[in-house]
Design a protein around this ligand. Structure first.
Ligand SMILES: *Cc1c(COP(=O)(O)O)cnc(C)c1O
Length: 401
């Protein structure tokens, strides 16, 4: 029997291991110099002004919702074909999630469905949109920005699947996911199934200095440090009105908790691993695109493949999805061959948690139809051509006998 071929797998090199070990031997386990290095390198990779590293992608989403001041009852639009965390961040803040249907060809949040929602509600009903670069395919954020501006909405781009992905704007320029030009905030995850693995880890990118400052503060308990930022007096800070007469600066130990924040920090050794992996991100992306094109060619003339990710400019191919009849049969058959394909995703609006708010079957037909047929085939840079051929052969043999 062959070894299991999963749908995604991390790749840890000797170089990765060495940098982590070196960091463990340094003076810093958390909040050391590797975090700022990772943030700078990641901002450069995306082309954004700022990047804030956090403990995971879900924490990144939560901080985004907090920094944009999502309040109880605020309505936010997202896609149901995503990992639940994209929607949950709105709920953490008491907001209301409104799911809009996907485009059946791209599998992305359908901008026309979003426009319909906005145009059929009184102005001010909705506060924001969370589009997802699902499977690695970049959302056209230029179009979403225009729509959001018409209605006074913010955008959080969930780019967990798409570091290095891009779309072409109306002038023909490549717009890299998370570059800060269209969305207020973009988020990434460094969970091992994603492009860049740091164990657990996440990143927020932005061009907005004010949001950047807020994120830094909320990442660590809402605490600020810096004389010019303090709200309490120097007399209070020094701790003695008598002794501190004439003192003009705050003592070194002083800090203020000005907001209700969290501990969403990443550790220094995770950041070291992330930086090391980031150096190979472009090679990994190239390999993913090569694998995608090989899948596409193998399946393009097969009648039993009803849809597939295909070859799309700028796609980062976190996943390679095909749509088939008898998806369950194929899934089980592949599993018998130790090919562990996966299903992305069970529509969020039909999770029991979201059903309690009234969501039901039939609400979002494109997403529900997609869910009945989708299956994600193995897709990761270290997948060999031989392994991929085995996967393709098994898919074909299931349908051709
Ligand atoms: C992985 C993922 C997240 C959450 O990231 P974690 O690091 O696992 O918390 C959020 N959104 C999408 C689309 C993801 O794939």
């Amino acid at each position: 029997m062959r070894e299991i071929i999963p749908y995604g797998r991390q790749d840890i090199t000797e170089e990765d291991i060495n940098i982590v070990v070196e960091t463990l031997k340094s003076d810093y386990l958390t909040q050391g110099p590797r975090i700022a290095e990772f943030e700078e390198a990641f901002a450069e990779y995306c082309g954004s002004k700022y990047a804030v590293a956090v403990s995971n992608g879900t924490a990144a989403l939560h901080l985004c919702a907090l920094s944009l001041d999502v309040q109880k009852g605020d309505k936010v639009i997202t896609t149901p074909i995503t990992f639940a965390a994209s929607a949950n961040c709105v709920r953490y803040c008491g907001g209301e999630v409104v799911f809009a249907d996907i485009d059946p060809d791209s599998y992305l949040l359908d901008i026309n469905k979003v426009r319909e929602l906005l145009e059929n509600a009184p102005k001010g009903t909705y506060k924001g949109i969370i589009p997802v670069d699902f499977a690695g395919r970049a959302v056209n954020l230029e179009a979403f920005r225009k729509l959001a501006d018409e209605h006074g909405l913010w955008i959080i781009e969930d780019s967990c699947h798409a570091p290095g992905g891009y779309f072409e704007d109306s002038k023909g320029n490549k717009q890299i996911c998370g570059n800060g030009k269209f969305a207020e905030l973009s988020i990434f995850s460094f969970h091992p199934v994603k492009h860049i693995a740091s164990g657990e880890g996440g990143m927020i990118t932005t061009d907005d200095e004010e949001l950047y400052e807020k994120l830094l503060q909320l990442r660590t308990h809402g605490i600020v440090k810096g004389d010019e930022k303090y709200q309490n007096s120097i007399e209070f800070a020094t701790g003695s009105s008598v002794m501190s007469k004439g003192v003009e600066t705050y003592p070194n130990w002083y800090m203020e908790m000005q907001d209700l924040g969290y501990n969403y920090r990443i550790t220094d050794f995770q950041a070291a691993l992330g930086s090391s992996q980031l150096k190979r991100a472009d090679d990994g992306l190239e390999r993913r695109r090569e694998l995608a094109s090989q899948y596409y060619k193998a399946f393009q003339d097969k009648g039993y493949i009803k849809g597939q990710s295909g070859v799309v400019e700028g796609h980062a191919y976190h996943l390679y999805i095909i749509e088939v009849e008898d998806r369950m049969g194929l899934y089980n058959f592949l599993r018998e061959q130790n090919i562990f394909a996966q299903i992305h995703y069970i529509p969020c609006h039909l999770m029991p948690y979201y059903r309690q708010f009234g969501w039901k079957e039939g609400d979002l037909p494109n997403s529900e139809e997609y869910y009945m047929h989708c299956i994600s085939l193995p897709m990761f840079p270290t997948l060999t051509n031989e392994e991929q051929s085995f996967v393709i052969e098994k898919v074909n043999s299931f349908y051709e006998g």
